[in-house]
Design a protein around this ligand. Structure first.
Ligand code: G6P
Length: 369
């Protein structure tokens, strides 16, 4: 086992640190940014269906569902097709309206999640096309779908998903870009620009990983907190959900992720000097709005930990701690912003003496209802 951990204390830490490579592996042979080429073999026979779909339905559980939420923003922005993101466990029992014009994407690291499999079977029986985004080759979900793309993140052992999440988003990003280009909703120049930026993500994630000691110091300060709030808007809303999920899964601290603007409809009542609030406040289209949400938390004496774009000075002046990540296109920020949140939950859990790789009551793959 020590050999498998490759010198790291835990699988989760190894997997967090593998992300520059796993994202690159996921894009290898698919993305050729210089020549403007993007090839997803699994999509080839289904591109027509995908392009002409009335609607995209994404179904998944847990962290994979969060990747699906990021994809909702990606598909709607780049390809202008309406998207619904469904918890597989709800979808399967809701008698959902599904037709042959729907393109269903099922996301699963393990490829074995019972609820996701059942959701696939249901959608299939209604005539929809089902596309799988899975990590484990030859698992049940890829066998149940019409087509799919593997994430190629390599085996993920830690129960809390890390590198599978960023690989899922990488595949979904490539799908959205391809779709947008084919549908003509993305111009050639914009498409080329985005492909080139996407190719820089592994090295930017590498840079983000260097924040580890800074994040560890923040973890030491807040490890005894009883609650955490994670807030973000737009593409960073799912990142907030994922940050909160990581923390609760492995450290057993209660954490909630929320869209930052929804804070005023409830969570704001919880804020006092005991409440750490993690903001994902990168320079994007909702930045100014997030800054005012930060001010609202500050006015109530909440402790502010902010993930910001490198060089940001505004938030630095407001927050108790800032974590600066490399700048990228707004749509690609989740791939980088989630990294310090993974590190934060990891360090807090280790400091609290928790079993990081095998948290109590959780399973890596949930093959029963
Ligand atoms: C379990 C795991 C999570 C995972 C979820 C969905 O709850 O602990 O890490 O996100 O199942 O699993 P899947 O394999 O379908 O992505």
């Amino acid at each position: 086992e020590a050999i498998e951990k490759g010198g790291y204390e835990h699988f989760m830490l190894k997997e967090i640190n593998e992300q520059p490579r796993s994202i690159a592996d996921c894009m290898r042979g698919r993305l050729d940014a210089k020549n403007g080429r993007l090839v997803l073999g699994g999509l080839r026979d289904y591109m027509n269906k995908f392009q002409n779909a009335d609607r995209i339905i994404i179904t998944a559980c847990g962290t994979s569902w969060h990747a699906g939420l990021v994809a909702e923003y990606l598909f709607e922005e780049f390809a202008r097709i309406p998207v619904e993101v469904e918890y597989a466990s709800e979808f399967r029992y809701r008698n959902p309206v599904i037709s042959e014009k729907d393109f269903v994407i099922a996301i699963s690291q393990s490829g074995e999640t019972a609820d996701t499999l059942a959701a696939i079977e249901l959608a299939k029986s209604k005539g929809a096309t089902i596309f799988g985004v899975c990590n484990v080759v030859g698992s049940s979900i890829p066998r149940a779908t019409h087509a799919g793309s593997y994430t190629h993140a390599g085996p993920e052992i830690g129960v809390a998903s890390t590198k599978a999440f960023t690989a899922q988003i990488s595949v979904l990003t490539m799908m959205a870009l391809k779709l947008g280009y084919q549908r003509g909703t993305l111009s050639e120049t914009r498409y080329m620009h985005l492909l080139n930026e996407l190719a820089t993500i592994p090295s930017k994630v590498e840079r983000a990983l260097k924040l580890d000691s800074k994040v560890k110091a923040i973890a030491a300060e807040y490890k005894d907190s009883r609650n955490f709030l994670y807030l973000g808007r737009g593409y960073n809303f799912p990142v907030a959900l994922e940050g909160a999920l990581k923390l609760k899964e492995i450290s057993y601290i209660h954490a909630e992720g929320y869209p930052a603007a929804e804070m005023k409809h409830g969570p704001i009542a919880l804020i006092d000097q005991e409440m750490p609030v993690v903001f994902i406040a990168t320079k994007d289209s909702s930045y100014e709005k997030v800054v005012s949400n930060i001010q609202e938390v500050k006015a109530r004496k909440g402790k502010i930990i902010a993930v910001v774009t490198e060089g940001d000075t505004t938030v630095r002046g407001l927050a108790d701690h800032v974590i600066e990540i490399p700048e990228t296109e707004e749509a690609f920020v989740p791939l980088i912003a989630v990294v310090p949140l993974q590190q934060l939950s990891y360090h807090i859990a280790v400091m609290r003496g928790c079993n990081v790789d095998q948290p109590r009551n959780l399973a890596k793959s949930v093959t029963v209802e």
